[in-house]
Design a binder for this molecule. Structure first.
Ligand code: AMP
Ligand code: MN
Ligand code: MN
Ligand code: MN
Length: 277
C-alpha cells in the first residue's frame, strides 16, 4: 500500500481572517490527516510561532508561510510565500507597511458603511478579529450578524467589492516587492488561487510573465473545492510556464467550502513546489 503524504499549503488562523487560533488550526489539521501544513495568513506572520510550538510534539510538519496582497493591473492578486524565514527584517518591514494600510482602510470602510446607513461597523468588525489585523471578512461577519445580507458571500457582493458602498480600493504591495520579500526571506513565491481572479486568459498569462520576471517560481494548481477541469487547465499553465505546483485548501473556518487537507491530488505532470523546500 502506498501512503501518500498530505500537503495543505494554504491556510488561515486568527492572526488574519481565519476563525481558529494557530493551536486549534494545528489540531484540526491533524484530525484531517494533514502531514504538512503551511500557515499563510494575510500580510503577516504573527501566528507562526504559536503554530510551530503546537506542531512541535506532533507528526505534523509546519511550513512558515504568508499570503501577500498585491495590487496588479487595476486589481488585487494574492502571492503566497512558502517556507519563509518569518524573522527576516526586509519581509517584516514590507508586511508592517501593509498592516498600517489596513488600519486606515478599516476606518474608511466603516465611514463609508456609516454613510450608507450602517453604523458601528468598525467596533462590530473588531469583535470578530484579533488585535492583529482587520480585514473585509471581519466586516462581512458583522454585516451578516446584523442581517444586512444572508451570508458572507452575499455581503461581499452587496457591500464590499468594487462599486459597492463599503468598498475601499486596496493599495497593497507591488508584485515585484512581494516576490522580492519572499525570496530574500528564503522562501518560494507562488500565485495563489489563479482561477479566482476575474481576469481574461491573456491577462492571466501576463500576470504569470510579470511574476516570473520578478523571481516567482510557483503556481497554486489545486485550491479548495475546485473543479477537476480547472485543475487540469492550471496544471497545463504551470507546465507551460515551468512553474512549481502548489496545493492548498485556503481554509478559513470549519463548516465552510474549504476543509483542511481536502484536496484533489496534483496532476502527474506537475513538479510539486515542496521539492524546493
Ligand atoms: P481583505 O484582504 O481584507 O481585502 O479581504 C480578503 C478576504 O476576504 C479573502 O481572503 C477572503 O477571506 C475574503 N473574501 C473575499 N471575497 C469573498 C467572497 N466573495 N466570499 C467570501 N469571502 C471572501
Ligand atoms: Mn481571507
Ligand atoms: Mn487569497
Ligand atoms: Mn488565503
Amino acid at each position: 500500500m502506498i501512503i501518500m503524504t498530505c500537503y495543505d499549503l494554504h491556510s488561515h488562523s486568527t492572526a488574519s481572517d481565519g476563525s481558529l487560533s494557530p493551536e486549534a488550526l494545528i489540531a484540526r489539521a491533524i484530525e484531517h490527516d494533514v502531514d504538512v501544513l503551511a500557515l499563510t495568513d494575510h500580510d503577516g506572520t504573527e501566528g507562526i510561532a504559536a503554530a510551530q510550538q503546537a506542531a512541535q510534539s506532533t507528526d505534523l510538519t509546519l511550513i512558515a508561510g504568508v499570503e501577500i496582497s498585491v495590487t496588479w493591473g487595476n486589481g488585487t492578486v494574492h502571492i503566497l510565500g512558502l517556507n519563509i524565514d518569518p524573522e527576516d527584517t526586509e519581509l517584516q518591514q514590507g508586511l508592517a507597511e501593509m498592516r498600517d494600510f489596513r488600519v486606515g482602510r478599516a476606518q474608511e470602510i466603516a465611514k463609508r458603511l456609516d454613510k450608507a446607513g450602517i453604523p458601528g461597523a468598525l467596533e462590530g468588525a473588531k469583535k470578530y478579529a484579533s488585535e492583529i489585523m482587520l480585514g473585509r471578512l471581519h466586516f462581512a461577519k458583522f454585516l451578516v450578524e446584523h442581517n444586512y445580507a444572508k451570508n458572507v458571500q452575499d455581503v461581499f457582493k452587496r457591500y464590499l467589492v468594487r462599486g459597492k458602498p463599503g468598498y475601499v480600493p486596496g493599495q497593497w504591495s507591488t508584485l515585484a516587492d512581494a516576490v522580492a520579500w519572499i525570496n530574500v526571506a528564503g522562501g518560494q513565491a507562488a500565485i495563489a488561487h489563479p482561477a479566482r481572479y476575474k481576469i481574461t486568459a491573456t491577462k492571466l498569462r501576463r500576470l504569470i510573465t510579470d511574476f516570473k520576471e520578478a523571481g516567482g517560481v510557483g503556481f497554486e494548481v489545486v485550491s479548495g473545492r475546485q473543479h477537476v477541469e480547472e485543475v487540469k487547465h492550471l496544471a497545463r499553465l504551470a507546465d507551460k510556464f515551468e512553474l512549481f505546483a502548489s496545493c492548498g485548501s485556503d481554509f478559513h473556518t470549519p463548516d465552510s467550502w474549504a476543509e483542511l487537507g481536502k484536496l484533489s491530488p496534483l496532476p502527474e505532470s506537475c513538479t510539486p513546489i515542496w521539492t524546493q523546500f
